[in-house]
Design a protein around this ligand. Structure first.
Ligand code: MG
Ligand code: ZN
Length: 216
């Protein structure tokens, strides 16, 4: 088989499994979010900030963490009382629908309001794999280049929401927020944009409130 045909089969098979996941999530009443970013932009920190707001709103949060190695991020969330499952890909640079299904095989999803899947830090191939989510968030940080949406347009084109994190670092880095947001909008004019800092709390209420409303 040609390489293109093999790749096409991989994506088709993933799409079938993603639809199975989506049916299961919808039956359970769980709203599912896929978070994509490069490593170190603050995905786990954003979930840590969201967790107490879920508790306050009476919403049950469940998180799947994707990393190449370690349970570190799942442990961080468990320390906050969040139910979390860690997927260690042992080398693979993205999650696929099958990995998500395996991670949830023994999980009771009934009563879960919000299921967040934190993808492996990578702006390239995670964008090509539907996991069965209803909402996709791409996270960037001011410690990265403000031209990321131009270099990795698919990550932005296929997302619903874009969070620019680490706003507290702006004084120390050469990052132009307007230029970044213009580039993000060029990749996807429908993107819902947020600016946050997990250190100062800036913008956290805005995106958490938006997410809770969207879920409802
Ligand atoms: Mg993480
Ligand atoms: Zn990959």
């Amino acid at each position: 088989m040609s390489r293109i045909k093999v790749e096409k089969n991989v994506y088709n098979r993933n799409q079938e499994l993603a639809e199975e996941n989506r049916r299961r999530f919808q039956q359970a009443g769980a709203y599912v979010v896929n978070m994509i970013s490069s490593p170190g932009s603050g995905k786990t920190s954003l979930i840590e900030r969201l967790a107490p707001r879920c508790v306050a709103a009476g919403r049950r949060l469940f998180v799947i963490e994707g990393d190449v190695e370690t349970e570190r991020d799942a442990d961080r969330l468990r320390r906050l009382g969040v139910e979390a499952v860690q997927i260690q890909t042992h080398g693979a640079c993205h999650l696929d629908a099958a990995a998500v299904a395996r991670a949830l095989a023994g999980a009771e999803l009934a009563g879960v309001d919000l299921l967040i899947i934190e993808n492996v830090g990578n702006l390239i191939c995670p964008t090509g794999f539907d996991l069965g989510e209803q909402l996709r968030i791409v996270v960037a940080s001011t410690a990265e280049g403000d031209d990321k949406p131009l270099k990795y347009p698919a990550a932005y084109h296929k997302a619903d929401v874009c969070i620019l994190n680490k706003m507290d670092l702006l004084a120390w880095v050469d990052f132009d927020v307007e230029r970044f947001e213009a580039a993000a909008r060029r990749a996807n004019a429908q993107l819902q944009l947020f600016r946050t800092s997990c250190r100062t709390g800036e913008g956290i209420d805005a995106w958490c409130d938006w997410l809770m409303q969207r879920r409802a």
